[in-house]
Write a new protein. Structure first.
Length: 242
């Protein structure tokens, strides 16, 4: 893959730059369409409430999504991002970043929302490589996401386990391949059993670090969150043990 240099999303400027000397003899690779699911903010990140309180929880859920989508949109390997949500506030703010908003018509949970989002993407781009990405990756680095997408591009389906090694933060499907998401609970094992290849990369912590608990949030803050989450740092008082 031959990405061009791009500025990161208000991070340290460590974008990817690779030689393009061979690009003149080959067609450019297809860029990815990402599908990001987001619950209504009133319901999102419920497991985080004991650590941060019920009032801050929905604000953090929106901030996580803004930082995730904002970073993804600046990744050179990403063509576009479709966010599957019925939340009007989140939809408006994410659309302002440049995301396409797809209503959660199935209303039947995470995997149905992802399948619907992938269908919506391919209704416009039938040959698109598609990847599902969690909405709660507030420290996401575009360069690290680019490495994961590069690794995924050689497999029909591939996934990246979360930092805990139990769940999944990323699942990809190449052109013409069904996404077949199996998120929720021990999804690492479920995706492996479904035939998806596990991406084994070091140095992509920001793509693995989702936030479900107070401990997760502390780790994400230590990695360095994006601007929306960073703006709430002063309001975050994580309760120990949560």
């Amino acid at each position: 893959m031959t990405p061009v240099l791009s500025s990161d999303y208000a991070f340290d400027g460590a974008g990817r730059a690779e030689s393009q000397e061979d690009a003149t003899n080959t067609a450019p690779p297809a860029r990815w369409s990402l599908v990001v699911p987001l619950k209504p903010l009133a319901l999102a990140k419920s497991r985080l409430a004991p650590a941060v309180g019920a009032r801050l929880r929905p604000r953090l859920a929106l901030a996580f999504a803004l930082d995730t989508v904002g970073a993804a949109l600046t990744c050179p390997a990403v063509r576009d991002v479709a966010v599957v949500t019925d939340d009007p506030l989140a939809g408006a703010e994410l659309a302002a970043l440049g995301a396409r908003i797809v209503g959660d018509r199935p209303g039947a949970g995470l995997n149905a929302a992802l399948a619907h989002g992938a269908y919506a993407v391919r209704a416009l781009r039938p040959g698109a490589p598609v990847a599902a990405l969690n909405a709660d990756l507030p420290a996401l680095r575009p360069a690290e996401l680019g490495r994961v997408l590069d690794a995924a591009s050689v497999f029909p389906r591939a996934f990246l386990a979360d930092a805990a090694g139990i769940g999944t933060t990323f699942l990809s499907a190449g052109p013409g391949v069904d996404l077949a998401p199996a998120f929720g609970g021990p999804s690492r094992a479920a995706h492996s059993a479904s035939g998806a290849a596990e991406i084994l990369l070091s140095g992509v912590d920001s793509v693995r670090q989702d936030v479900d608990t107070g401990a997760d949030l502390r780790t994400a803050l230590a990695l360095g969150p994006g601007p929306a989450t960073a703006a709430l740092r002063g309001a975050v008082d994580v309760v120990p043990g949560h």
